[in-house]
Design a protein around this ligand. Sequence first.
Ligand SMILES: [Zn+2]
Ligand SMILES: [Zn+2]
Length: 436
Amino acid sequence: MKYFNADLHIHSPHSIGVSKSLNLDTMIDTCKKKGLNILGTGDVLQPEWLKYLEQKLEKSKDRAYIYKDINFILQSEIEDQESIHEVVFFEDFNMVRTIQKKLEPYSSNILGEWGGRPRVNLTPAELVDIISDEGALIGPAHAFTPFKAIFRQNRFETLSDCYQDATKNIYFIELGLSANTYLADRLECLRDVTFLSNSDAHSQGPRSLGREFNRFDIDNPSFEEIVLAIRRKDNRKISLNVGLHPKLGKYYNMFCNKCRRRILFKKAMKSFNDVFSQYSITENFIFIYTNNPDMAKQDYISQVNKGKVICPSCKKELSKNYKIKLGVSERIDLISTSEKPIHPNHRPSYINAIPLIDIIRSEKHITSKTSKTVLNTYNNIIEKLGSEFEILIDTPINNIKKFNENIASIIKAMRNDEIKYTPGGGGTYGEINLEI
Ligand SMILES: [Zn+2]
Ligand SMILES: [Zn+2]
């Protein structure tokens, strides 16, 4: 058995908001720096991208798709009638074309230029049936995000609520950037499914591609072996999930649907009677002051869930009332079946990671996300010490110290889970606070 680092959910320039320079060549460049061995192709149902992939990908002797020594799994994301996103993996191009043909009558955009993530007019269960009848594998994408996800506010609370009889064919869920194993294992209905941690990358840049990945223990990087690992058969398995600390994700914290400010609770210095009336508004946050933030927050969350809380900032300016929406953490608080995670025996460990580029940015106090100085340091450290994943997870701290003492101490704190985070929400990523 060998191990392969795999990021199995990405997109192509045929999905909205994806970098035009994303292609197989630019992706494999990042794969090598990061230490990724297997990538999802993204958007394989879109006709032009499909044609491009058919021209470029070859089959290796172990029946895995390969391009310049990086392996690929044919992959797409589909949106169903309930506006739930699902990740799908296909064995080969024939299977892609068969499923494309079967979905075509239910989709107005599957063959279009922007059909990278096609929408189909089928219930979640109907879609799962079509996909699994053909031997492809399907499961919910970014399962807890407030938009386009199975467990979003006012939607489903368990897998079987959503997929009904077809639940038996759901072998995985994708955690999404704002959740991890510790959060997701608070839901009893997820005990038997495998967790995938994928990047959902919209660009080939090293902050995006591979920011989440799975370590597969398999014989070779073929579809067959990936399926065995996800189904945990014949000793194949995922031995490690690595992903952003959930607070770094874009949807961890609750937020206003209009101004996108995040709601945070703070302990008040004096006593108040009305717990939610004391607040302050900044550019990105609304701070609510109460005597007992934990209790008040629980009460607030249940009111938000009922759609009863109006944004204190937006209510002044607009005639329409804008509501607060739950983030991933609060939604999990509400639908969880236990307060603490209960990990099944098969669950691999999860490492809360920070992209190396962001560690370098904080160390240098550079806010720009495209800084040349940061990129040069990134390339330099990788040249000296090995791939990004080795540096983040395995390289002895003393070796990193020889390169840069501060970067070494941030990585050490990250490994020991001692970093403080400002939680992301409403589409804005969280950030690391370096007063450690
Ligand atoms: Zn999605
Ligand atoms: Zn607002």
